[in-house]
Write a protein of this length. Structure first.
Length: 268
């Protein structure tokens, strides 16, 4: 897949949402089944415009209302396609071919869900990370609300949201994290470590390399916290990638030697 494909944004556009918190980004939940259908269509050779048309016309998503299908398409496109980076889209297709319900696909969908929503990313890598370290594992929508309340001083748009919007957003993030395997439970939600297959770990490493992260900063990057990995666990999984010859990795104390394929250094 060459760079000429168009997914709606510049090839150099970053994968991460670095803007202010938005009530739009997280309000659709995990959408794992719908995302799998989109990726399956890519595997079948459909173009992005063809997939969009199928989605809106009701041939791809089961939801009856066209307005609902349109919102789902916009959300999935924003998460997984609109960045316009071919090797990311290739990875989604490879993960789907492993299995439509495989840990590889679900963990990859989760990774990009979190990357494309700053609120979700901050909630996981700050609040849930601290809970994991302290072994205080019960999680509620109120925990997301607390993040919003603290951010409202520096992000005044939050104060303009209705209480209904806030509640729906908080509940949606909790539901999405349950579906992605970060939380478990029905009435009461408990934090658990989500799956991180080597396939997804390699993909995350490639993203960091493309972003210009190097040395110990690779191991310390907060992105690994999405999978609740501490530094020594990141080092262990990089060692496993080295064993399968995906990369060359050595660590002695604070010195890291990491060699990756040259094409990984293309920017995002």
């Amino acid at each position: 897949m060459g760079k000429s494909v168009g997914y709606g944004m510049s090839f150099m556009n970053p994968l991460r949402d670095r803007g202010e918190y938005s009530a739009r980004n997280s309000s659709k939940g995990a959408l794992i089944a719908e995302a799998a259908r989109v990726v399956a269509s890519l595997v079948d050779g459909l173009s992005i415009p063809e997939i969009r048309l199928r989605a809106l016309e009701g041939d791809l998503f089961p939801q009856r209302a066209r307005s609902t299908r349109e919102r789902i398409w916009k959300s999935l496109n924003q998460r997984y396609l609109a960045h316009g980076i071919p090797w990311v889209v290739d990875a989604l297709q490879k993960a789907y071919k492993i299995g439509p319900h495989s840990p590889e696909l679900i963990s990859l969908l989760y990774l990009h869900y979190a990357f494309r929503d700053r609120l979700a990313f901050d909630f996981i890598t700050q609040i849930l990370w601290d809970r994991w370290q302290s072994k205080s594992l019960v999680v509620t929508p109120e925990d997301v609300k607390n993040v919003l309340d603290r951010a409202s001083e520096s992000q005044p748009q939050i104060e303009r949201w209705s209480q209904t919007t806030r509640d729906r957003l908080c509940q949606s993030i909790i539901a999405a994290l349950r579906d992605f395997g970060v939380l478990t439970g029905t009435q009461k939600k408990w934090l658990q470590r989500p799956m991180l297959p080597l396939f997804t770990a390699e993909h995350l490493l490639r993203i960091l390399i493309a972003e210009g992260v190097r040395g110990m900063d690779i191991i310390r990057d907060k992105s690994w916290r999405l999978f609740l990995y501490q530094e020594h666990e990141v080092s262990d999984i990089l060692g496993k990638l080295a064993q399968q010859r995906s990369i060359r990795y050595e660590r002695v104390g604070s010195t890291v030697v990491l060699d990756t394929p040259p094409e990984w250094e293309e920017g995002v």
